[in-house]
Each structure stands twice: as structure tokens, then as C-alpha cells.
Write a protein that binds this ligand. Sequence first.
Ligand code: 2ND
Ligand code: ZN
Length: 354
Amino acid sequence: MLHDHLDGGLRPETIVELAAACGYQKLPTTDPAKLGIWFREAADSGSLERYLETFAHTCAVMQTREGLVRVAAEAAEDLAADGVVYAEVRYAPEQHLEGGLTLDEVVEAVQEGFRIGEANARANGDRIKVGTLITAMRHAARSQEIAELANRHRDTGVVGFDIAGAEAGFPPTRHQAAFDYLKGENNHFTIHAGEAFGLPSIWEALQCCGADRLGHGVRITDDITVHDDGTVTLGRLAAYVRDKRIPLEMCPTSNLQTGAASSYAEHPIGLLTRLKYRVTVNTDNRLMSGTSMSQEFAHLIEAFGYDLDDMQWFTVNALKSAFLPFDERLAMINDVVKPGYAELKAEWLFGSSS
Ligand SMILES: O=c1[nH]cnc2c1ncn2[C@H]1C[C@H](O)[C@@H](CO)O1
Ligand SMILES: [Zn+2]
């Protein structure tokens, strides 16, 4: 899985405990069950801007070293317990400086947390590897500094860079210098594009900035015409994205909440999968969407009738598109994903014996 926000995946009980520890008093409720529901409902706003407002509460309790280590460790554990074997988890270090930590200290704390979470998952009989993406906020003006931060930590598990936040009014080229810098360093980046804004955002992300992948990218369907007889005509940009195998980090439930799609059945992932785009399935924000990787798959199975072969295809697509060295991606596909799905298919055919 390639698209999961650290500050969008906290356990509600952890938010309540960290808020008490750091004296944050603005939580809408301190009942963990109610808080989980509150996040889901508040994020169900139909607009990306309103959806993003909910992150004020999660970021507020992620301002100390201890808070960051814990949140990162729990994210790795929760993803592993759900069956995720490789996750790229992202967050914006610039949003975690209010307690006096430096950008580098924030990154070090989160990296430590991921390593602890991976070890705890192993102890529970799960296995997961977490790669970190460092995000710069697109409304801010720190992307060059944040890109340099990501590059500085690339040998300790920071595998790439991203920009996130409100898309309309903040085109990717606002951060051109950061992307040029990363290209000069032969580093990797993805860009949230084609979520709350359409084709120009996707075009800029690819053709000006040189993004390796697209965060969401759902609006690429604006460049695809489906005719009455089911045949399809691709515009030049839609053809480019498919021909170049540009990975699409799709997050169905998040898109329903922000209004980027109107139902699972009508979500562009159905058409794009049929057309064999390099589609991947992701959670975006497990807390705000009340979701998990297995739930996202379950929604797609229900909407489109996908089976285990389709799940495997999405999973292999994700690993092919990961910002990991090629040999590690290949090993994970051949030694983990394919045998894992073979086991699931055997269980499904013959019934579970264990
Ligand atoms: O889906 C999203 N689109 C744009 N920005 C997002 C999305 N989900 C989370 N973010 C923002 C809010 C977080 O505070 C930030 C860093 O993880 O990224
Ligand atoms: Zn996102």
C-alpha cells in the first residue's frame, strides 16, 4: 500500500491519551468510540478543504517525540495486523514543530516509531516493512527545505517526497524548485493531483514536475470518453498516463467523503482497472474514513465483483510502483505477495485447515 497518512490513521484511544498527556483540550469528545465516529462524520463533508480541517486535532497530539514514536509504531502494527506487508506512510514534518522539535528530530522520532512497530508486528506473528514519504504542505512555502529533509534521511527509510493539502489554487508548479532539486538528486516523489482539481493539475504534476506517481489521479477520467456501446476514447493525457504506466494511488472511501466520487460503484477505479491503468488501492486516512486496507478491498469486491486475482493484481501493481530498490520489490512480489495469495486462494477453494 502506497498512500496512507500518518496523521490520518491514529487510534481514537491514542488521541484521547496523548491529548490528556499534552494538555490539548479542544477534542470534540474524550470518549474514544464517539471520537472515532466524530472524525468519520466530520470528514464526510463533500469538500477536501473541510475534510482537511479534522487534521488539526490529530496534529495537535503529535507534537512531542513520545507522541510521534507511539503514533508511528501503532500505525505499523495496525497495518500489519490487517495483512499489509509493505506500506508507504506519509506525513508533513512541518506540522509537528509546535512542541519545539526540529524537522530532523521529527523525522528521527517517526523513523524510530516505525522500526518499533515493525518489531512489535513481528513479535505478533505479522510482517510489515514501512517506507516513509515526507510531505510538504502545498499552501505553505517550505517545500524546498522539506525536500532537502527527505533527501537527507533517504538512507534510513525515507523513500520519497509528496505534496498534500488543498489542491485548488495551489498547483504543483508552485513547488517546482523542490521537484527539480529531487530530480537532481535522483530521488523519488509522488504528487496529490487530480483529486479536488482536474486535468491541469495532473498535467503539471507529470509534465512540469516529473512526478513518479499520482496521489488519487481520479480526475484523469475527465480525459476519457466512454461511448454508448462501451468502447472508450482516451485523450492525449489519459493515453500518456496509461502508456507510461504512471501509478495511480487510488483511495475510494476518501474520494466519497471529499466529493471526488459519488459512490463505490461509480468510482473511476472501475473504469481505470478495466482499461488496465497501473491502479493501486490505498486507505488515505484510516481514521477519517473509518477504513483499512481490507475494507477498501471489500468495498471494491462488492461494487465490482473483484476476486483474489484482482486483489493480487492491485497488490503487485503497488509493489511494482513502490519507491523501494528494484531487487527488494521483486523479492517481495515473488517471496511474499504471490505465495500469500496462493495460500488465500487455496483456503478459499478447499476451506481453511488451520
Ligand atoms: O486526500 C488528501 N488530499 C490532500 N491532502 C491530504 C489528503 N489526506 C490528507 N491530507 C493532508 C492532511 C495532512 O495533515 C497532510 C499530511 O499528512 O496531508
Ligand atoms: Zn492523501
